[in-house]
Write a protein that binds this ligand. Structure first.
Ligand code: SPV
Ligand code: MG
Length: 297
């Protein structure tokens, strides 16, 4: 039987009525850990991929570097990858090449946001500049016209609330992007409560699913999201942030204690790392390929 593509899996989830839980990843290991913990898809986070190279999330890395990172995640786990493609690395011509490259690499879907290129992370407190609605609709049309696989997903991200342009502008943009062919609308907010998002959703009456990134309003629960009819919730940077605090904490304690005795019981064993790297499968392959079973356990 032919295996369902990851794009089809993502498309099916998007068409369903269950909340899709998406974990932000910054490398293959974080993608695999998200899979192990029951998430349904991976967000190849622009913030995360930039952060692990210690550069700002401000279109500093190239599309090729972001794609390469998404590819590593795609190979590391069986979950569909949604690539955070920022503002699309340029204009409509860049979007065409972007979709060709991401789709042919087996990425299940991409998300583009209506900010200018180069962009700034949404939580950067400098001015957030948006492109004209018509220019962003042209990007959506270019992406739709380029993709070969009908299941390949295109998410359009509205940054009007982030830019402080208000609810009317957010609705206007979201509607235009849905009409231009977006498969889902990601509405982003940096408010500390859910009110702004709730208001947007109350007014949303198109049959195009809503995606949230509840970083700044962490009180919202899965049950709240389901009640509000949200289709996808992206936990974009928690894995990245915990890795920073965990690494920092352990390294600090080693230096302070002068040995690793006290932390040894708290950190992953080398065997667990081997497991995540696929060493058990590697051993099975050796048994399969060598006729004399001389492989040490
Ligand atoms: C990312 O993870 O890169 C995102 C989400 O785009 S945010 O950082 O909230 O902009
Ligand atoms: Mg991003």
């Amino acid at each position: 039987m032919v295996k369902e593509t990851k794009a089809k899996q993502l498309r099916k989830m998007l068409k369903g009525d269950k909340l899709i839980l998406v974990a932000g990843a910054h490398d293959g290991l974080s993608a695999k850990l998200a899979e192990r913990n029951g998430f349904h898809a991976i967000w190849a986070s622009g913030l995360g991929i930039s952060a692990v190279q210690t550069v700002p999330d401000a279109s500093i890395l190239t599309m090729t570097e972001f794609l390469q990172a998404a590819l590593v995640m795609n190979e590391a786990c069986d979950l569909p990858i949604i690539a955070d493609c920022d503002s699309g690395y340029g204009n409509v011509h860049n979007i065409v090449r972007m979709v060709e490259k991401y789709e042919s690499a087996g990425i299940a879907g991409v998300c583009i946001e209506d900010k200018v290129y180069p962009k700034l992370n949404s939580f950067d407190n400098r001015e957030q500049k948006l492109v004209l609605i018509e220019d962003f609709c042209a990007k959506i049309r270019a992406a739709k016209a380029t993709k070969q696989d009908p299941d390949f997903v295109l998410i359009a991200r509205v940054e009007a609330l982030i830019a402080g342009l208000g609810q009317d502008e957010a609705q206007k943009r979201a509607r235009a992007y849905a009409v231009a062919g977006a498969d889902a609308i990601l509405i982003h907010s940096k408010q500390k409560t859910v009110d702004e998002i709730a208001e947007f959703i109350r007014r949303w009456d198109l049959d195009v699913p809503i995606v949230l990134v509840p970083t700044k309003y962490p009180d919202i629960t899965f049950a709240d999201l389901e009640r509000m009819g949200v289709r996808m919730s992206i936990y974009a940077n928690q894995a990245l942030r915990v890795s920073v605090s965990a690494i920092d904490n352990v390294l600090k304690r080693i230096v302070e204690a002068g040995s690793t005795k006290d932390i040894e019981g708290e950190i992953a064993s080398v065997e667990e790392i081997f497991e995540l790297q696929g060493v058990p499968e590697m051993k099975l392959k050796e048994l399969e390929f060598y006729h004399e079973k001389t492989i040490s356990s």
